[in-house]
Design a binder for this molecule. Structure first.
Ligand SMILES: NC(=O)c1ccc[n+]([C@@H]2O[C@H](COP(=O)([O-])OP(=O)(O)OC[C@H]3O[C@@H](n4cnc5c(N)ncnc54)[C@H](OP(=O)(O)O)[C@@H]3O)[C@@H](O)[C@H]2O)c1
Length: 256
């Protein structure tokens, strides 16, 4: 979102429709559309900030002590709000994690962010993070997770679950690329649902998992909301496991 000015009004409408339907977490980042996505979000949440749980992210090159604070302040201005509910390090770069955590602590103290977390950190990085002072306060790890990308189930997901750190599953329908898969279509036909809904319903069954599909098309927004009401059966889950097998060994965390 926020990449094409002529689509901005429709994007804001889609986000507002999501809010109307009760999907109140909005995920964005300073990177998306070079700040444009945060401006779309500002438009969508104008007058209804208190309904929204707002997530944004700082770029690794802006994650140093002073730069992170300035980046957050720029995000707040673009978002038209005085606070971000959850502020994430978008991925790990060359800035030491401890420096970023210092900036997050200062932002939290000032009330500019309510909580902080990370994105795209694999198990080794998470081990390092939680050993830092206040590192265990990490509120989430946002990672690529969907039926075609189950690598995290081998170690990162159990690691996070043990420490009660929820996962935010990004690109939950693999940016649309998985929707033609025969197994998804077959399970979908049993529920009078769409493949996208089955992919989302499967993720929603994973414990401690927040699912963040992106949709501009209002029909997609409605479909995604309805995925919450689907109840997959043991048989469905077995068919999905056969088509999209869980990992049997460690694989490095994938990113999009
Ligand atoms: N932390 C990170 O590094 C990172 C990386 C990537 C993404 N993310 C976050 O995750 C969010 C979602 O990921 P994503 O956009 O990469 O992928 P995605 O949500 O898997 O897929 C988005 C695409 O799927 C389409 N779509 C949505 N609902 C659909 C439905 N019910 N049926 C058919 N098509 C549907 C959308 O079309 P329309 O828009 O036309 O409706 C859009 O083209 C992003 O918005 C971002 O906030 C985070």
């Amino acid at each position: 979102m926020g990449e094409r000015a002529w689509q901005a009004a429709d994007e804001a409408l889609a986000l507002r429709l999501g809010l109307d339907l009760g999907m109140t977490l909005i995920d964005t980042a300073e990177m998306y559309g070079d700040g444009g996505a945060e401006e779309v979000v500002a438009d969508a949440i104008a007058g209804r900030r208190n309904e929204v749980f707002l997530v944004s992210k700082v770029l690794p090159e802006n994650a140093g002590r002073r730069r992170a604070i300035e980046a957050c302040e720029r995000s707040l201005r673009r978002l038209g709000t005085d606070r971000i509910d959850l502020y994430l390090l978008h991925w790990r770069g060359s800035v030491p994690l401890a420096e970023t955590l210092d900036a997050f602590a200062e932002l939290e103290e000032a009330g500019k962010i309510r909580a902080w977390g990370v994105s795209n950190l694999d198990t080794e990085d998470m081990d390092e993070l939680v050993e830092l002072p206040d590192g265990a306060d990490c509120a989430t790890n946002q990672v690529l997770y969907n039926l075609t990308r189950r690598g995290i189930e081998f170690d990162l997901q159990p690691w996070c679950r043990k420490r009660r750190i929820p996962i935010m599953a990004y690109s939950p329908i693999e940016q649309g690329r998985m929707l033609g898969h025969a197994a998804l279509k077959s399970v979908a036909s049993r529920h009078d649902a769409t493949p996208a809904q089955i992919a989302l319903a499967w993720l929603l069954l994973q414990p401690d998992t927040i699912v963040i599909p992106k949709a501009t098309n209002p029909a997609h927004v409605r479909e995604n909301r309805a995925a919450l009401d689907l109840r997959l059966t043991e048989g469905d889950l077995a068919d999905l496991d056969r088509a999209f097998p869980p990992p049997t060994r460690k694989r490095p965390l994938e990113m999009l």
